[in-house]
Design a protein around this ligand. Structure first.
Ligand code: FRU
Length: 489
């Protein structure tokens, strides 16, 4: 039966109170990442800076650690590093979103924060229906739903969702993730002058569109934006087979660089590049802030994958957001850097200069941590036939192999505790910036050339960091403890 927003909020408050009473020790609550107070978090939604405040909404099933009827949870931040958990923004409480307020985006118009999202409905025959809906807020916290603004155009299945809206030359544009009737993934463009009636311009990218061949059965969470003099198109395709070091996760998230021809509704683009080389990264969303930065958050997790064996489930929650990243385009390659505001979380600096590593594995005084940032800068080119390994908390290992020109992250599988690997090609290793949290690791390689993200579940007290190489190597290393605990953690 359809519940009203108030009924859902009342249930939520009751469960949060119950949870607070239980107060079980929970060593895997993250120290400086966003995560749900309870239930399941997935995609970042409605990411925007509005009246100087950063808003990040998220897909949230508060009542179970499974996917289900999603609400939009909500965090805000004035400084982009300390976040406040706000009241739930959207609940599945209307005929057009009764089985979930699915992913979407936010814009500002006439001083109002307006969000677009997908109303997910299972009809009486058990079939999926999809509605692209609008909701408006004066204060950025309370939303009034306006209902559907766009229904399914012919030629697509009901897997049609995740509207991302932006403005260009005085018109509004919306791009939607889709599956066409031949069951291949597409991104479909619409335009509007008033945000309420939308004209269908067609599929601008997708499997069997332009120069692309087979490329998945569904494209989720599209995001198209200008960067420099090019357009970047980020998308999460499903159904791509592994290809050597590429596409080894169940689903992918990556980007195409190109140019959107707004007149002819056509996007010419280059190849698809994965945004992250690790195990846990999906459904990213970007926004531009008043400093002119293109910022990105992603879900530090993946649909379906590993959910059964996730150790946090017994504590009533699952998944988290990545750290925020700032995007830069160099040629046709996106560089991703951790948002510089994260430096405010740095405490207790420990530094070792000109560490000489020979063939004995080394631990360094004070270089340890369960919630820490580690910056390793190589002093010279890694020599031939050399492998250099940094082991984190005896759970994750980062290895550069100068012969294979390859960087590898290995971690222990959540339940089985056997090793699993992700790799990327890397010509040179200059630096590793590693963010360690109680149950995650993010590695920024060579100032953002590559990034690896993974959840890890080490022994909670294990804070060891070990360096090893099979021949002589010199580097500088700095470690800071990181501190910020979300209120209520
Ligand atoms: C991506 C996704 C979106 C959908 C949402 C539902 O992870 O499947 O396509 O809107 O999650 O929670």
């Amino acid at each position: 039966m359809l519940q009203t927003k108030q009924q859902i909020i009342d249930k939520l408050h009751k469960e949060l109170e119950e949870q607070a009473k239980n107060n079980k020790p929970d060593p895997y609550r993250l120290a400086y990442h966003l995560m749900p107070p309870m239930g399941l978090l997935n995609d970042p939604n409605g990411f925007i800076q509005f009246n100087g405040v950063y808003h990040l909404f998220f897909q949230w099933n508060p009542f179970a650690t499974e996917h289900g009827s999603k609400c939009w949870g909500h965090y805000t931040s004035g400084d982009f590093v300390h976040w406040k958990h706000e009241a739930v923004a959207l609940t599945p409480s209307d005929w057009f979103d009764r089985n979930g307020c699915y992913s979407g985006s936010a814009i500002e118009k006439d001083g109002k924060l307006i969000v677009f999202y997908t109303g997910n409905v299972k009809n009486e025959q058990g079939e999926r229906e999809t509605y692209q809906c609008m909701a408006v807020s004066e204060d950025g916290v309370h939303f009034e739903k306006k209902g559907p603004v766009l229904s399914l155009p012919p030629g697509y299945t009901a897997h049609f969702r995740d509207p991302k809206v932006w403005q260009h030359n005085g018109r509004w544009y919306m791009i939607i993730g889709a599956q066409s009737s031949d069951e291949t993934g597409k991104a479909v463009l619409f335009t509007s002058t008033d945000l309420e009636s939308w004209e269908h311009l067609g599929a601008v990218a997708g499997a069997h569109v332009n120069q692309l061949g087979d490329f998945g059965y569904m494209w989720e969470c599209p995001d198209l934006f200008p960067l420099g003099d090019k357009d970047v198109f980020i998308v999460s395709p499903q159904g791509i087979a592994p290809d050597g070091y590429l596409y080894n996760n169940l689903y992918q998230s990556g980007y195409f660089i190109g140019k959107l021809d707004y007149i002819n509704a056509a996007f010419t683009h280059g190849d698809f590049t994965e945004l992250d080389r690790g195990f846990d990264f999906y459904a990213p969303q970007t926004t531009m802030d008043d400093k002119g930065r293109r910022l990105l958050f992603a879900w530090m997790g993946l649909p379906e994958e590993n959910e059964d064996s996730h150790p946090t489930r017994e504590n009533g929650w699952i998944h988290a957001m990545t750290l925020p990243r700032c995007l830069e385009l160099r040629g046709d390659k996106l560089f991703q850097k951790p948002a510089e505001e994260l430096q405010q979380l740095r405490k207790k600096k420990v530094e070792h200069k000109n560490v000489i590593l020979d063939t004995c594995p080394q631990k360094l005084d004070g270089i340890r941590g369960t919630a820490a940032e580690l910056l390793i800068i190589l002093n010279e080119e890694v020599g031939p036939d050399t492998t250099f390994t940094v082991s984190i908390r005896e759970e994750a290992e980062i290895t550069f192999d100068s012969t294979l020109k390859r960087l590898t992250l290995s971690r222990l599988r959540f339940a089985a505790k056997t090793k699993e690997y992700r790799h990327c090609r890397l010509a040179h290793l200059n630096s590793l910036q590693i963010f360690i949290d109680t149950s995650s690791i993010e590695i920024f390689v060579n100032d953002g050339e590559e990034v690896f993200t993974a959840r890890i579940f080490p022994d909670p007290g294990n804070d060891t960091i070990t360096f090893a190489a099979n021949s002589r190597l010199s580097f500088n290393v700095t470690k800071w403890d990181m501190s910020f605990v979300l209120p209520g953690n």
